[in-house]
Design a binder for this molecule. Structure first.
Ligand code: NDP
Length: 460
């Protein structure tokens, strides 16, 4: 990790939606934790001034919760504003003045990807560019070719080490907890392989539809929206080998290896669905073939996981909003007690939110009484309400520190697109399903051999 702290944060797209909803609350959170005390230079083309910018930030924070005036005053004190068109060299002249003696600024591109090339080029001409870091927002392309093109644009001016691709999902407390649990417990490692694990399944469910964003969703679909980034990242954390040493690169190396080991999918291992009524949503084509549900079976070609199926399922308008992983263990080799037929035998269950983060172990115990009959119990390793620290807060703090661990690296992004491009290229049917159901019935067939889908329930 390049441990030099950044000495300024330049925010392009300061008047935009992302800045309002996520970035200002995160910066304010960092100020409250005493972890942000560098210049904040907001850049936009709206003809605003610093007072208007300050009012916008206050409005964002008020919308997010209550304001601690002392913290707000501190954040306001760091604020500078640069107005101008991103295509105009004079804008960057003013930015250079605002940066003063800064040597290692973070340049946060909260702007449409189409604006990246001119903005990155202009940044590269600033006198402090050599020490700069660039933060870019997902989506990192919409297929392999566009992801490679975006990377070429960034690499024309900046090294990979200076590029921080934000996917807020990796900054979530629950996702961090998953990684921590895997690599900080001795008891887990001996069983975390094909000898003991029968199957792994991940469900990422939403109980709502496209919520007026039909036009956007038509360009995306469930596979691009969720599988390419979030679900493949979760698989990587579950399946990766322990990183060799500390720091961001060994960990990112191991994740990339998982993606390299994912066997190309076939049509039999994919089921796509669309909720009934999706085609009536504003902005959606009457004959849309865009999937709002996807389920697939993935095989990893690796020593550790050979023969263990990984299943993933995601969808909109499912019965609940929750993300849950179930790692099912094989049965004991002999049936010592004839009546023990609990399925699965043992499991590890991870609930990744949104309202609850939990890790639980499923075990069998004897029911009180004269017979040797079994009962299922769940031991909670941890159970907490929601995410403690906002993902954007964590990630912006990390970018300022130069810690790239939770940011997507070029090779992983391109490998993930390579996997997803194959899926997107398949002309499989899109099955209709009822809103509020667990998706098309066809998705049940692929997993029947290992006991069916485990559906997350409302947690008490
Ligand atoms: P917005 O459309 O709200 O715009 C962001 C900013 O870009 C605004 O400050 C706007 O400036 C500026 N801008 C827009 N078009 C142009 C243009 N043609 N030339 C110059 N400036 C322009 O976008 P979001 O804030 O929603 O998104 C920003 C980035 O973050 C995008 O890459 C998006 O994909 C990504 N993202 C957004 C999320 C969200 O929740 N919004 C979630 C995850 C990623 P002005 O107002 O002055 O016109």
């Amino acid at each position: 990790m390049d441990a030099v702290m950044s000495d300024a944060l330049v925010l392009f797209g300061a008047t935009g939606d992302l800045a309002y909803k996520k970035i200002y609350p995160a910066l304010y959170g960092l100020v409250r934790r005493g972890q942000f005390d560098i210049a904040l230079i907001c850049v936009a083309r709206s003809g605003w001034d610093v007072e208007r910018m300050r009012a916008r930030i206050r409005d964002s924070l008020e919308n997010h919760g209550s304001i601690d005036e002392a913290a707000f005053a501190k954040l306001s004190g760091m604020l500078r504003y640069v107005d101008g068109d991103y295509q105009d060299a004079a804008t960057f002249g003013r930015l250079c003045e605002a940066l003063g003696d800064a040597q290692k600024p973070v340049f946060y591109l909260a702007i449409p990807p189409s604006m990246f090339p001119p903005v990155v080029e202009s940044i590269s001409k600033l006198k402090c560019a050599a020490g700069g870091r660039i933060v870019v927002e997902k989506p990192f392309g919409r297929d392999l070719a566009s992801a490679q093109s975006l990377n070429r644009t960034l690499h024309k001016y900046f090294d990979e080490a200076a590029i921080f691709r934000i996917d807020h999902y990796l900054g979530k407390e629950a996702v961090q907890n998953l990684m921590y649990f895997r690599f900080s417990n001795t008891f887990l490692e001996p069983i975390w392989n094909r000898n003991y694990v029968k199957s792994v399944q991940i469900t990422m469910a939403e109980n709502f539809g496209v919520e007026g964003r039909g036009r956007f969703y038509e360009e995306v679909g469930a596979v691009r929206d969720v599988v390419q980034n979030h679900l493949l990242q979760v698989i990587a954390i579950l399946a990766m080998e322990p990183p060799v040493g500390a720091g961001s690169e060994p960990l990112r190396d191991e994740k990339a290896k998982v993606f390299r080991g994912i066997r190309p999918l076939t049509g039999h291992s994919l089921v796509r669905g669309q909720y009934r009524g999706y085609r009536n949503e504003p902005g959606v084509a009457a004959d849309s073939q865009v999937e709002t549900f996807a389920a697939m079976q993935i095989h990893l070609d690796s020593w550790r996981w050979e023969g263990v199926p990984f299943y993933i399922r995601t969808g909109k308008h499912l019965p609940i909003t929750a993300t849950e992983i179930l790692v099912t263990l094989r049965h004991p080799p002999q049936k010592v007690f004839v009546d023990v037929a609990l399925e699965p035998a043992n499991y590890v269950r991870f609930r990744l939110g949104p309202d609850q983060v939990a890790i639980a172990l499923g075990a069998n115990v004897k029911m009180p009484g004269t017979s040797m009959a079994g009962d299922r119990v769940e031991l909670h390793v941890c159970k907490v309400k929601g995410d403690e620290m906002d993902a954007y807060e964590r990630l912006i703090g990390d970018a300022i520190k130069g810690d790239a661990t939770l940011f997507a690296r070029q090779d992983s992004v391109e490998l993930a697109w390579h996997i997803v491009d194959t899926i997107l290229g398949m002309e499989t049917p899109v099955y209709e399903y009822e809103a509020g159901s667990w998706g098309p019935i066809e998705a049940n067939m692929m997993i029947a051999g290992v006991g069916g889908w485990h559906s997350p329930k409302r947690e008490a």
